[in-house]
Write a protein of this length. Structure first.
Length: 145
């Protein structure tokens, strides 16, 4: 029993002390328009998740290009940039990190930009609320063209 406890503590220690992926230093697995990513989720969310999520549940790194529809802050004071054209039902909501927040200061509504991050959740339609849900990217930063 004591050996099982020691092994369990060792595994937990290992998992929590693994280095975090540096999303910005790694090449994107996919590059596409924001509207293309949203459409893939509306067409087949299961297939899109199989494509963009790894077996361990970590997302592939995706660079999306789109029009800045809004710039807000979340509860953690992280910048959130929504890429969405006026005629689209849903867009891509890109949450930056405390380290990359500063890179959004020169963004303007209506500007076309490429942002890289990892998917936290895909687009969909909530029938109860009758609302479209955006694709959510996290750990984002602007890609320098």
């Amino acid at each position: 029993m004591l050996s099982g406890l020691i092994i369990g503590v060792g595994i937990i220690f290992y998992v929590f002390n693994q280095p975090h992926r540096n999303i910005q230093a790694i090449a994107s697995d996919y590059q596409m328009k924001a509207s293309t990513l949203v459409e893939e989720y509306f067409t087949d969310a299961i297939l899109a998740n199989e494509k963009y999520l790894q077996d361990e549940g970590e997302s592939k790194i995706i660079a999306v290009t789109g029009t800045v529809a809004s710039i807000t802050k979340d509860l953690d004071q992280q910048q959130v940039v929504l890429l969405k054209d006026k005629n689209e039902k849903a867009g891509v909501s890109c949450t930056f990190t405390s380290e990359t927040n500063i890179n959004t200061k020169n963004l303007k509504i209506g500007e076309t930009v490429t942002i890289k991050g990892v998917i936290r959740s895909g687009a969909g339609y909530d029938e109860d609320l009758e609302l479209y849900e955006d694709v959510i990217l996290e750990k984002c930063d602007i890609v320098n063209n």
